[in-house]
Design a protein around this ligand. Sequence first.
Ligand SMILES: [Zn+2]
Length: 173
Amino acid sequence: MTVRIVGSKRARMRKVEFTEDARKALRAGVEVFISAGAASKIEQDGLKSFREGKECMGLLYGIPFRQEGKQQVKIEAAVSLPVNSTPHHVSVDRTTDMPEGQDAPPGSIVVGWYHSHTGVGNFMSGTDRNTHGRWFSSPFAVSIVFEAAERSLDAYRMVDGEFVRVRYELYRD
Ligand SMILES: [Zn+2]
């Protein structure tokens, strides 16, 4: 899988705007903000795949920023990838064209990835950790796991070499 991180300078110049609720959340230490639209896209993708006995996978687009010394990420869009999948394994289908990111908001960059689980629970498996470490090694990278069987959505990040579940807040686009 080739993931090209593009336009980071442009993205840094773009202003991150938040509502008063989000500012409160920021002060409370929330690290990841997910647009309600992106979250529901991940949910739909995961549930559809679940019905077909598969896992889904995709890229997260958004803007990384720093606030009070903490690395924060605003996730604006989720774009699904063509995959080869069984109930407990998923990999990118290299024979199909990769999405060009045309569904991503202008100025956003790849800030992580998402995939679904089908009943094993919500956690980062060994394969998930490898995938994250190999392709999404930037300090702001987020991995979202949607466990379709229990409809749970969790966000993970690598902090000091360990994967931790991080607090996230949904926002309305
Ligand atoms: Zn997984």
